[in-house]
Write a protein that binds this ligand. Structure first.
Ligand code: NAD
Length: 318
């Protein structure tokens, strides 16, 4: 059968697909232009997509009736119109679990980078500005014993909370649409309304999926509730934060800083954000470890192989 892959992914996934099916991969190191995507997917039995591809009614129409599965190379699937897929009985799958540690580690890296002003001081060194030791230079925030507020206590949020609690003795507050009693017992963590977390946490890390209910979850009002020493971390999806409001809060030093791996209008960042020293920016690389990306490739390939074998996908998204 025919499989289309919208960008080069680790070879292990492509190899597994090639052993059984006819596989074509978009070869350029860029997002596949929409027109080309719509032409290429025509007649395919399966398409392996990235979060940069909008999978909507137009996509399904262009693909045609033999399309059986769209395997998204990501855990998030806000680029996919699930209702349209369901209408056409097309399976959608994602790659949960295998990138949990990598993403949580990146959230931790951002926390430390912002708290201890690592990129800012690296820039200072590279500019040749280090001429003498400075008792008042680059003063940051210590994380030890501080309070971490996790919004969205799923796989990634709970892993980060546990790592922060065990490594930096951080107290954990969390919010989710479900309570997790076992987690609360294990880490002496407390469930709170988001407003309480905003008012009390020293670091707030976002781990919710992008849904209508989480779009602009953090905006001007929410930012105004945060403590002046607070740090905001986002490795979930850009539109969960109102980026213009965050820019204003950072510019006026209303909060201490932010670490962002995802952006509201990715790959663009809000004008001026990249000029501020109190924000650390990374290009959506939270899952970018060799292990995680290879395991994602294996999972995405296996989801396709299963469906083309007439079985259910291993990681269906409904
Ligand atoms: P998950 O499904 O295990 O966890 C999400 C949690 O958010 C769940 O516990 C859910 O109940 C909770 N939630 C949903 N709506 C909520 C709301 N309105 N308020 C509070 N909590 C709510 O998912 P995960 O594997 O932990 O991944 C979380 C998100 O991280 C993904 O959806 C994806 O968008 C993002 N992600 C980003 C990267 C990256 O490279 N930056 C990589 C992987 C995942």
């Amino acid at each position: 059968m025919k499989v289309y892959v919208t960008r080069e992914i680790p070879e292990n996934g492509l190899k597994a697909l090639r052993e059984k099916h006819e596989v074509e991969v978009y070869g350029e190191d860029q997002v596949i232009p929409r027109k080309e995507l719509l032409a290429k997917i025509h007649g395919q039995d399966a398409v392996l997509t990235l979060l940069t591809e909008k999978v909507d009614a137009e996509f399904f129409e262009a693909a045609g009736k033999q399309l059986k599965i769209v395997a998204n190379y990501a855990v998030g699937y806000d680029n996919i119109d699930l209702a349209e897929a369901q209408k056409r009985n097309i399976f959608i799958s994602n790659t949960p679990g295998v990138l949990t540690e990598s993403v949580a580690e990146h959230a931790m890296a951002l926390m430390l980078a912002v708290a201890r002003r690592v990129p800012e001081s690296d820039r200072f060194m590279r500019a040749g500005e280090y001429t003498h030791w400075m008792p008042l230079g680059f003063l940051g925030q210590s994380l030890w014993g501080k309070t971490l507020g996790v919004i969205g206590l799923g796989r990634i949020g709970s892993w980060l909370a546990e790592a922060a609690h065990r490594s930096f003795n951080m107290e954990i507050m969390y919010n989710d649409i479900v309570h997790n009693d076992e987690f609360e017992m294990k880490l002496s963590a407390k469930y709170h309304q988001i407003e309480t977390i905003l008012k009390n946490a020293d670091v707030i890390s976002l781990h919710v999926p992008l849904l209508e209910s989480t779009r602009h979850l953090i905006g001007k009002k929410e930012l105004s509730l945060m403590k002046p020493n607070a740090i905001l971390i986002n490795t979930s999806r850009g539109p969960v934060i109102d980026e213009a409001a965050l820019y204003e809060a950072l510019k006026s030093k209303q909060i201490f800083g932010a670490g962002l791996d995802v952006f509201e209008n990715e790959p663009k960042v809000h004008p001026g954000l990249d000029k501020l020293d109190n924000v650390v920016l990374t290009p959506h690389i939270a899952s970018a470890t060799v292990n995680a990306r290879e395991e994602m490739a294996e999972i995405a390939a296996n989801n396709i192989l299963n469906v083309l074998d007439g079985k259910q996908p291993l990681n269906p998204v409904k």
